[in-house]
Design a binder for this molecule. Structure first.
Ligand code: NAD
Ligand code: FES
Length: 278
């Protein structure tokens, strides 16, 4: 069992938990993730490792279904059944020169570890983060601490620049030489980043988040098409060359269980309300 050291709501419908998982904390690198299970009968879900402190890891998630709703109700001292990881290949951190780390919405969770590692490798790091509006923005202060410069955008202009992260990135690409870009966020955002950077010929990595089950390359549920070939995001990724990813296929696959996800969430909330507890 894995103990929750800290739990908090960090933005609209977005929560963080710090879980004691020494084996993960000891080995985790930027770009990696864990697969967790809340209890014996729970589904397995992948979550990006967002930070590491001593023997704990921070996981940040948006409530979208039953499991994330269950996670959001956890408090300090509670325990979850499984934390498997660190999984996936770490980010390809090298000394590229000037790099941009672009995070959108809850995807910003994975940005600080990449930015920090890129900075430690000697890069000049431009952070670009965005959210729907001010209330959805996460980790602004933390990103400020691990980037040489930070740009913030909101879709409605309630904080920072008015627009998408891609609007800021486009301005930066036109203004100066950028050698490498990481984008992490909703699939539509990563697709937009890939389309934007392709004509500039800038190496661009995206962190894909397909449905995952085992996280070890056995079940095939996380398959994505990259450069015309089937790859498993859990073992071959989650980061891939953005210019070779079939984003449309990924978006179709991600929609597969939307209805079931919503139904399970409603049912869980009804049961929890009937039982009068969390
Ligand atoms: P959102 O829809 O609020 O968008 C966040 C930001 O992404 C926006 O503020 C904007 O700057 C940018 N963006 C969105 N659509 C864009 C477009 N068409 N063109 C350019 N930029 C665009 O994001 P959210 O609700 O926080 O995201 C939830 C999604 O993120 C879920 O689908 C979840 O699965 C995914 N997610 C991905 C990762 C990952 O590893 N890539 C991690 C966590 C969550
Ligand atoms: Fe099963 Fe990747 S999650 S193969």
């Amino acid at each position: 069992m894995f103990r929750i050291q800290k739990a908090a709501r960090v933005a609209e419908n977005i929560f963080e938990i710090w879980v004691r998982a020494p084996h993960v904390a000891r080995n985790a690198k930027a770009g990696q993730f864990v697969v967790i299970r809340v209890d014996e009968r729970g589904e397995r879900i992948p979550l990006t490792i967002s930070a590491v402190e001593q023997d704990s890891v921070r996981l940040i998630f948006q409530v979208v279904g039953k499991t994330t709703e269950q996670l959001s109700r956890l408090v300090e001292g509670d325990e979850i059944r499984d934390v498997a990881g660190p999984l996936g290949r770490p980010s390809a951190i090298e000394r590229y020169g000037t790099v941009a780390v672009v995070g959108g919405g809850v995807g910003v969770a994975g940005a600080p570890m990449i930015a920090k590692a890129a900075m430690e490798a000697g890069n000049h790091v431009i952070g670009i983060i965005g959210a729907r509006s001010r209330g959805f923005l996460i980790l602004r202060n933390e990103m400020e601490g691990c980037c040489h410069e930070l740009h913030v955008a909101t879709d409605d202009g309630s904080y920072g620049a008015h627009g998408f992260v891609t609007d800021i990135l486009k301005g930066e690409l036109n203004r100066r030489e950028i050698d490498c870009i990481w984008a992490i966020g909703p699939t539509i955002m990563m697709k937009a980043v890939a389309s934007l950077t392709r004509p500039y010929g800038v190496r661009t990595f995206v962190s894909l988040n397909p449905i995952m089950v085992d996280g070890t390359g056995m079940c095939g549920s996380c398959r994505v098409t990259v450069g015309g070939e089937t790859r498993f995001a859990c073992v071959d990724g989650p980061e891939f060359d953005a210019h070779r990813v079939d984003f449309d296929e990924l978006m179709t696959r991600l929609r597969t269980y939307h209805r079931e996800e919503k139904e399970a969430l409603l049912l869980f909330r009804e049961c929890a309300a009937r039982e009068g507890g969390r």
